[in-house]
Write a protein that binds this ligand. Structure first.
Ligand SMILES: Nc1ncnc2c1ncn2[C@@H]1O[C@H](COP(=O)(O)OP(=O)(O)O)[C@@H](O)[C@H]1O
Ligand code: SF4
Ligand SMILES: [Mg+2]
Length: 378
């Protein structure tokens, strides 16, 4: 088992790959200015060793932007590729193809040496803070290690910095000589956050950072992340399968299904007015705080299981479970289209002229022409 070899792009120099940026499809522009990170046609395939039949398409052609200072929530069922996408952005997993542009540099194609330099600006917080902290290191060593690695501080200066970092994340500096096993789950997550902050990053991938924590602790960690974002102007990719957590923290939300991005919009908009049938089903399962609205909430129950990413369905990957499926859905891959300003969805049965799938005549696919021209490269 291993990663699928990169395509021919992998041998390109950074300069060449930057030039290549010019030829990629237009970015998802929505009037927010320059993105901090621009992800273009990103693919991560895992080779399970049985020829073409054994290739897991964990991330399969994903394009989106992350803007400075925002929290972009990434949501989808378990196994849809969220972790792989988050790690591939940071090059903790090698992308198979595509680009990750950060300050004009394509991270996906940087040399290992250049990438190590960039890593300082791009950090990750893990789901399981216990597994991600070295049990044989003290808290002081864990938080201080990146200061040494990136030559940010040494000796007394480093000790002072570690103490400050612990205070920033709400831990007493008296804990500095203790070991991870002496802490609760919430405290361990705070240690993980302090370690990520040590290098003063711009961007943090938070991969299910609260999923392993007691419910009572989850809000504390979310509040801490929000406070740090305000104080340090951080940008987050917040990954979670929990739609309530995503609603709580996100400015925008991106929905993934079987390796593809299927909808992206402002958090408020996506919860109030989901357009693509998979998103509609996901959102319909989330309880609404208003009792009146909650009483009339209609749940859309999805039939069947998520198909395997080894042999994903042709056409729209959601077609095996979609209540609105027609024949064309099985043949054409729906591109992510700007259906309303800043609101992108991948479904051939809606279009900017007819965004409401309920109002589309039986058998009609108003987005089909756009999908066909996108797939033919027009
Ligand atoms: N190292 C790997 N080797 C093979 N398959 C993998 C590997 N990592 C993840 N996968 C597969 O890729 C798909 C996406 O996984 P993942 O990114 O962990 O999803 P999520 O975080 O949304 O639960 C799953 O089918 C998973 O089994
Ligand atoms: S393209 Fe077809 S199968 Fe896919 S979400 Fe739209 S209606 Fe459903
Ligand atoms: Mg995951």
């Amino acid at each position: 088992m291993g990663l699928v070899e990169r395509d021919e792009h992998s041998e390109m120099s950074t300069q060449e790959s930057n030039l290549n940026t010019l030829q990629t499809p237009p970015p998802i522009a929505d009037g927010r200015g320059e993105p901090l990170i621009a992800i273009r046609d990103l693919e991560v395939y895992f080779d399970m060793g049985r020829g073409k039949k054994g290739i897991v398409k964990a991330v399969d052609g994903v394009t989106f932007d992350i803007y400075p200072g925002e929290t972009l929530g990434l949501v989808g069922e378990s196994g849809c590729g969220k972790t792989t996408l988050g790690r591939a952005i940071l090059r903790l997993i090698e992308p198979t193809a595509g680009q990750v542009l950060y300050h004009g540099k394509d991270l996906a194609h940087l040399s290992a040496r250049e990438m190590r330099k960039q890593r300082r600006h791009l950090q990750i917080i893990f789901q399981d803070p216990y597994a991600s902290l070295n049990p044989r290191m003290t808290v002081g060593q864990i938080v201080g290690e990146p200061l040494d690695t990136f030559r940010i501080a040494r000796g007394r200066e480093a000790d002072e910095r570690v103490q400050q970092l612990l205070e920033t994340v709400g831990l007493s500096k008296r804990f500095i000589k203790r070991y991870p096993h002496e802490f609760s789950g919430g405290q361990r997550q705070r240690i993980g956050i302090a370690r990520a902050l040590a290098v003063d990053p711009d961007f943090i991938v938070a991969d299910e950072p609260i999923s392993a924590l007691d419910v009572s602790i989850q809000a504390q960690i979310m509040n801490l992340l929000e406070k740090l974002q305000r104080e340090k102007n951080l940008t987050y990719l917040f990954i979670s399968h929990d739609l309530r957590a995503i609603r709580h923290v996100s400015d925008r939300v991106a929905v993934m299904y079987l390796g593809k991005l299927v909808e992206i919009a402002d958090a408020k908009t996506i919860y109030a007015d989901p357009l693509m049938p998979y998103t509609k089903a996901l959102i319909s399962a989330v309880p609404v705080p208003d009792p009146k609205v909650e009483a009339s909430r209609q749940r859309i129950v999805l039939e069947g299981d998520v198909p395997s990413p080894i042999n994903p369905p042709r056409g729209c990957r959601f077609h095996t479970r979609c209540p609105y499926v027609i024949q064309a859905c099985k043949e054409v891959v729906p591109p992510l289209v700007e259906i309303k300003p800043g609101h992108f969805a991948a479904c051939i049965r809606i279009s900017p002229e007819q965004p409401d799938i309920e109002k589309v005549a039986p058998g009609d696919a108003p987005g089909l022409a756009a999908a066909k021209s996108a797939s033919s490269g027009l």
